[in-house]
Design a protein around this ligand. Sequence first.
Ligand code: SF4
Ligand code: SF4
Length: 370
Amino acid sequence: KPMEGRITDIGPHKYDEYFPSVIKKNFGKWLYHEILEPGVLMHVAESGDKCYTVRVGGTRTMSITLIRELCDIADKYCEGSLRWTTRNNIEFMVDSEEGMKALRDDLNSRKFDGGSFKFPVGGTGAGISNMVHTQGWVHCHTPATDASGPVKAVMDAVFEDFKSMRMPAPVRIALACCINMCGAVHCSDIGLVGIHRKPPMIDHEWADQLCEIPLAVSACPTAAVRPTKVELNGQKVNSIAIKEDRCMYCGNCYTMCPALPISDGEGDGVAIMVGGKVSNRISMPKFSKVVVGYIPNEPPRWPSLTKTVKHIVEVYAANANKYERLGDWAERIGWESFFKLTGLEFTHHLIDDFRDPAYYTWRQSTQFKF
Ligand code: SF4
Ligand code: SF4
């Protein structure tokens, strides 16, 4: 329907049209909030009104059937309102404790045929929140790993900590399927990053026909790509040459030129970074650092990746002080101790060696004393 005061009817309606009445009434007048139990928050307003939020884990891609069911739940308990968070959670808001309990129990009772939770309640406070991730093998052009697959496998391994708050502090896990990292990996407690380990292949037959060669040249952040001429079927044709020792396998040139495919079944895999955060509690926000240089892709359940993530989580949970984020803990004990405690192998690949600070992305200095 047309919105009053709007220039066009393109785009979503103004958000406040859909506020639940308790939020509309107390907008901007909230005093404090508490986490009553994993997945349940209570916000208290100046007026004394309370808003209870029940958070359930969702997925990045949902079926229409599932969304319809979510909307039915919102109609039944929440005046038809719900909200999606940036971590693919769904939050339902009600204005009474009785309503919250009925809603929470209803959500917990809904299961898939195999018996797993359809709408798991959790993801708040000192637990493991829902993973954010990028697009993966099917939906993007430069991925070195899948996204939904490893994310599902990792979340299954840490699921109990989505539904509890036994961690010293919040643990955010994110996955980006290439080093362009269009997800929140740079500043997550644990970041999983797809990495290519070989330079792009060059399809000389198609380079000049499919690509603007100057665009491919200018796309390379390390100036590894240059134009060249090659002999093909007895003729000289325009093509591309790559200086392999300058290549950092980012895939940017493939973005510009489909004749430079970079995906590789053998070379591609996942690196693990830890210690990033956006919070400024205890210490300033920080980027995460690489602690595992390479884990092979092992679809469909990524056993080595899930085992390593679970192990890092358990060592952190057993050793960090209360309120210490993973990066705060590693910095307090020293990164050398982090590697000793976790038993992760330290190699020279983990030390910053990238040439141009303007572009550094995943290799951050770890300031080691080794
Ligand atoms: Fe595409 Fe890379 Fe983003 Fe994955 S992280 S969706 S491959 S740009
Ligand atoms: Fe340059 Fe990245 Fe292409 Fe390598 S993969 S040649 S670094 S753009």
